[in-house]
Design a protein around this ligand. Sequence first.
Ligand SMILES: Cc1ncc(COP(=O)(O)O)c(C=O)c1O
Length: 387
Amino acid sequence: MQSIATDIQGIPSSGIREMQSLGLAIPDAIHLEIGDPDFNTPLHVREAAEQAMRDGWTRYSATTGLLSLRERLSAKLRDRNQIEASPQNILVTAGSTSGLAITIRAITEAGDDVLIPDPGWPNYYMMCVGARVNAIRYQLPPAQGFVPDTTDLDKLVTPRTKAILINSPSNPTGAVFSQSVLEALLEFALRHDLYVIADEVYEEIIFEGQHVSPSTLSTDGRVISLFSFSKTYAMTGWRLGYLVASDSVIANCTKVQEGYVACASTIAQRAAEVAISGPQDCVREMRAAYQRRRDLACDLLIAHGARFYRPNGAFYLMLDVSDTGPDDLVFCKSLLRRQKVALAPGSTFGETSRGWVRLSLAASEESIRTGLQRAVAELADLRVSMR
Ligand SMILES: Cc1ncc(COP(=O)(O)O)c(C=O)c1O
């Protein structure tokens, strides 16, 4: 038998999935490891999908997506992101996961380098392997508030470096990059002539500060912006996102999408038109709920003297468990076994967050309160047993 792709076989298994499957074997475990909104998609959006099915929107759309949706996205980008993009520069994708993978494939040659954040969403690494490019990690050091030191980036650049991927608000840290950090990143990209892949899927989940779309800071077409319906409208299962890019990049992305996915779900696209143009109170309400949970978690951790990073956006919180030992997965497994709480190990997001664990705020206040109380109890216990 012929061998199968060894680079794919070499992708490390996800610590998040590992904790999830271990947790599922414990019937009353508290799940704080997964970043999937616990809200249902707003009713008016679900009703729009029902209507779309009744009206026969059940066939392929154009590869680029329905023009009627792209027109609404163009208006949304102008009004909410200050990005001027015509519908021709928008590609509707099957979730931003697919959009990101398509982008990486569309702009690179095999063997190129792409800079990805560390800590960062593990799928970035997988996509780079899928496109046969080298994922080079740049650090977001905890001591600097999980924000990159742009003066450190130059040494990572080689003649094969094609792009830098930026994710703000960030998964797993919840850090929101300031405009000056984004300007420094764009200046770096310009200096080395790199594409900037801006993952903005958490754009609407901001508690303090403001989301600045990197594309507004650059006019030469080097920024490729990725958005999603998943987090903003609690639509993770609908698989719908979109990307915005220059003519030549969109043309290549469209070809890759044609070959890999054909198009995003037409039913989901019809519902998304209603999500994007309909009332936005649902977005505000979910944001307020995440903020209440963030505040609850921070107050509790402060009261217990725990070390953590206070997130300004997204729905995650990083907790420092380094004084229980070097291996955060060991902490997570012990917490699950003894206290029945599942968290995500920091090292699964990169070496920079080794010794940390990620808590998802996409869970009820009760689960967050109980889960964190047990986590700080476990921290105290393990510290004592280390002495
Ligand atoms: C940083 C980041 N980008 C992109 C995605 C993908 O979202 P989707 O494919 O549902 O649009 C996720 C999902 O967790 C994420 O955390």
